[in-house]
Design a protein around this ligand. Structure first.
Ligand code: NAD
Length: 292
């Protein structure tokens, strides 16, 4: 059995998996591969699947499956797994990092110091304490964020049509109910037909004036041009973003927007998470080998 490691994983993963088969990172071997390991970079399209006649199992290290043509994989008898639970802590800590960095002006404070300026009077911080955090998508990551925000003395409300009640947040029956009341809005949505472009000009009108927006879910859940307008008008006080229309983004208008904090899709990129992903991948392959 040939295992093709297509994207970046923990360095010792090839050694761990070598007891289950031959392991390669040579993309030219795709036609011979039985198992392929991907993260978000490799796009498992129809063409990709057509050039892999021996493929039986695709493992996505991470959560989002929007880079995999799930229907075509199923039609071709290919099983697809993700490592859903592994990344929650890593992404949550990054969302919290964005939420605490923006109102404390950490980046501007640091860059002005490096430029030899003393911006003490200009930089007025805002506390998270007693503020309202609105979470859109209260799944694994949203729930972990809610717990941390509560520890900071924030009040947490959430909208998720598939979650009726929660012990970590007060559920609101509609999106506007969250947007109208939140000082911070954090997006933790999968990319679906319903969530694509969800945060658009119309919805941005529903935000409180001067609210902060954080997105560590999927880039295409926002309309970038509309968010830029909201940043320029001051409707949004800041936007912390980890996710893009493509990796890396091409011609995004967010690059020139004010009060914009940008990260290169770092949500899952902790050492600990790569190890957790590796452990889960090994157990999936162990099960696959024992039932094959
Ligand atoms: P999850 O499936 O546990 O949670 C997603 C939640 O969104 C679910 O509770 C679901 O009911 C809810 N949801 C679906 N449609 C909705 C809608 N229209 N409105 C409101 N809520 C809706 O997934 P998770 O582990 O919490 O991850 C959330 C997302 O984070 C993933 O889908 C992925 O896109 C993204 N992610 C990003 C990174 C990164 O590197 N930045 C890493 C991992 C995951």
């Amino acid at each position: 059995m040939l295992i093709l490691i297509s994207d970046a994983f923990a360095p010792d993963l090839p050694k761990i998996l070598s007891s289950y088969g031959k392991v390669t990172d040579d993309m030219g071997k795709l036609p011979e591969a039985t198992v392929v390991l991907v993260r978000s970079k490799t796009k498992v399209t129809k063409e990709y699947i057509d050039s892999a006649p021996n493929l039986k199992l695709v493992i996505r290290g991470g959560v989002g499956l929007d880079n995999i043509d799930l229907n075509y994989a199923a039609e071709n008898g290919i099983t697809v797994h993700n490592t859903a639970a592994a990344s929650s802590i890593a992404v949550t800590e990054l969302a919290f990092t964005l939420m605490i960095t923006l109102p404390n002006h950490v980046i501007k404070a640091d860059s002005t110091m490096h430029a030899g300026q003393w911006a003490k009077k200009e930089l007025k911080r805002t506390e998270l304490y007693n503020k309202i955090l609105g979470i859109i998508g209260l799944g694994m990551i949203g729930s972990e964020l809610a717990k941390r925000a509560t520890a900071f003395g924030m009040n947490v409300i959430a909208y998720d049509p598939f979650v009726e009640s929660s012990v970590v947040a007060t559920m609101k029956p509609d999106l506007k109910g969250v947007l109208n009341n939140s000082d911070y809005v954090s997006l933790h949505l999968p990319l679906t037909d319903e969530t694509t472009g969800l945060i658009n000009a119309e919805m941005l009108k529903e935000f409180k004036d001067g609210a902060y927006l954080i997105n560590t879910g999927r880039g295409k859940t926002i309309i970038e041009e509309d968010v830029v307008e909201a940043l320029k008008s001051g409707k949004l006080a800041g936007f912390g973003n980890d996710v893009w229309y493509s990796d890396p983004p091409e011609n995004t208008p967010l690059i020139d927007a004010p009060n914009m904090l940008m990260l290169p899709h770092l949500g899952a990129s902790t050492k600990e998470n790569l190890l957790r992903i590796g452990d889960i991948i090994e157990s999936i392959i162990r099960d696959f080998v024992s039932t094959d």
